[in-house]
Design a protein around this ligand. Sequence first.
Ligand SMILES: [Zn+2]
Length: 185
Amino acid sequence: MVSEYLANKIDLKTLSNLQSQLVGCFPLASFSRLMQHSADQMPTDTQISLAFSLNEQGQRLIVGKVEVVLNMVCQRCLEPFLWNLNVPIHLVQIPEGCKVQSLPEAFEWLEGLADVTTLVELLEDELLLALPVAVSHPLDQCDAQIVKQLQVQDTPEPVKQVESSQFFQALQRIQQEQSKKDHSD
Ligand SMILES: [Zn+2]
């Protein structure tokens, strides 16, 4: 099944009044803040599936999911690898003039979001929140020397020291490269 590209501009009022669904793909590059976490700028798509509805209080509910494969850098071996991000969406928008009595459980309130908005406005924070703080390969697939050492050494104490010193060396290297880059820009 070939999915259609969704338009960025959406009207939450119309979509929820009509109980519409939006299913299709959307360019990852449009999520510029999310792209900063990607190791390359490969053109890829997110898969979006959203259902819009109204509850008895007149609140607009947006339920669905966003799936994307991001090219991340492994924090252990510093090699790129693919990370599947699968983010469930449970959002509620409260129209102007509609009292906020109680919010549906497990829904996140989109405060101050206009009726006519964009998929990027609606979803990017959700995607960013779903990103792990540090990502790495599963141990058996990671190239890091640290991991190899972990596998051959059997005393736990020295391993910890090796791991943290190498980790901080790697971190320092990244920071140095980053500051070099910043200066040369
Ligand atoms: Zn790795």
